[in-house]
Design a protein around this ligand. Structure first.
Ligand code: PLP
Ligand code: SF4
Length: 391
């Protein structure tokens, strides 16, 4: 039996209502007159992404704030929601964590003094187009400018969006040449946009070329596609990726609601092919800024073999005020994780130093005082211990 039938529900042809699914899953599926085969075809999902107010308002009950956001977002960062991801939205509740990530709000058009167009200073650390070289031994290779779904808090909203799908051959070649001539680069992080939007063939060309450079020890892929479009993780794709082991993958997860059976199926395919999976999570107000919500996400990630890697403070990109929390919210989350749950469930909380400082780890302070060779430490529960350095 095909496990995907179990996940997507079996179509009862007489009523078109599939079994074991939520009302919203059935509503979206039926709205698009999808067949089981369509739904599982990532290109069908891409063709049918929800991009207009007209379609969105037939699937969820919009608030005036969202309506204005959808009407005005085109000039800034396009709306794009694959039917699969839309089927996870709560049609009634505007505070649904899935909905808040993908449906624009009018707050996006507000700008505050601390906000920037390029908060991580990537453009100023870019020696050639498509490449960011910030750390001595590794580079970020941005292979395209397109994603399946545009996260409303995207730190790269200056460059992502519809239009330029991939970069030109010359741009790729210049980036490869830069890596070839900089022998200290041992780790290449392929990101974008979303690299899993490329065809298998083009993605393989990029990975193969980079891996053929003698000093490159491994590559990794940074993607959100296993969450927003898990149908893209096909057996053909993983068969290709498997050839380039060691290849690591960082997946952008935000909330437990994203961890569906369908997403687990995609992550199983990846993990079973020997691809180590890590998560990257942006700390977002009203979505995952409560310690209990974040802890549950970390636990659910471990259950699908994804190791929590980073929690990012939301970058001060233009129009992100409604998503940003104080730093204290992140520290409190870390305080509530360490010691209270498996060490494997504890990621590193970082702030990308505005203007190009790179990732700076932020942690609760466990050193109470330090004098001479003596440290006064506290543990997760607040009890104090004294440690002596060797004399
Ligand atoms: C995040 C990032 C990396 C990778 O950092 P790690 O801490 O090694 O995961 C590399 N280059 C840039 C520009 C980055 O933003
Ligand atoms: S997947 Fe990443 S690059 Fe794409 S919109 Fe979301 S945060 Fe931005």
């Amino acid at each position: 039996m095909n496990p995907l039938n179990e996940i997507n529900g079996k179509t009862n042809t007489s009523t078109k209502k599939r079994t074991n699914l939520t009302a919203q899953e059935n509503r979206v599926f039926n709205f698009f007159s999808a067949t089981q085969l369509d739904w599982e075809d990532w290109r069908w999902q891409m063709r049918n992404r929800i991009k207009t107010l007209e379609i969105l308002e037939r699937l969820i009950k919009l608030t005036p704030n969202e309506r204005e956001g959808v009407e005005g977002c085109g000039k800034k960062l396009a709306m794009s929601i694959p039917p699969y991801f839309a089927s996870l939205m709560d049609p009634e509740d505007p505070s649904c964590p899935i909905r808040m990530q993908c449906v624009p709000q009018k707050s996006e058009f507000e700008k505050f003094p601390e906000e920037m167009a390029d908060p991580c200073g990537e453009d100023s650390h870019s020696p050639v187009h498509g490449l960011v070289h910030r750390y001595p031994d590794r580079v970020l290779l941005l292979v395209n400018e397109m994603c399946a779904m545009y996260c409303r808090y995207c730190t790269r909203s200056r460059m992502v969006g519809e239009g330029k799908r991939t970069l030109s051959r010359e741009t790729y070649e210049a980036a490869f040449e830069y890596i070839r001539t900089h022998k200290k680069i041992r780790d290449v992080l392929i990101s974008g946009g979303d690299p899993l939007m490329l065809s298998d063939r083009l993605l393989e060309y990029v990975i193969k070329t980079v891996k053929a450079i003698p000093h490159v020890e491994f590559v990794r892929i940074g993607t959100r596609v296993p969450v927003t479009l898990p149908q893209r993780i096909t057996s053909e794709l993983v068969t290709m990726l498997k050839k380039y082991s060691p290849l690591w993958m960082s997946i952008h997860f935000t909330h437990s609601k994203e961890i569906t059976k369908r997403v687990k199926f995609a992550c199983d395919l990846l993990a079973d092919s020997g691809i180590p999976l890590g998560s990257q999570t942006v700390l977002l107000k009203g979505i995952n800024d409560k310690p209990e919500v974040m802890k549950k996400l970390m636990h659910n990630l471990l259950k699908i073999r994804v190791k929590p890697y980073y929690i990012y403070q939301c970058d001060p990109i233009f129009g992100s005020r409604h998503f940003r929390t104080p730093v204290s919210a992140g520290i409190e989350i870390m305080e509530q994780l360490r010691g209270y749950t498996s060490g494997y469930a504890v990621p590193t909380y970082v702030i990308d130093g505005p203007g190009g400082g790179g990732k700076i780890p932020i942690s609760p302070n466990y050193v109470v005082s330090h004098e001479g060779n003596q440290y006064v430490l506290r543990n997760y529960a607040g009890k104090q211990y004294i440690y002596h350095d060797p004399a």
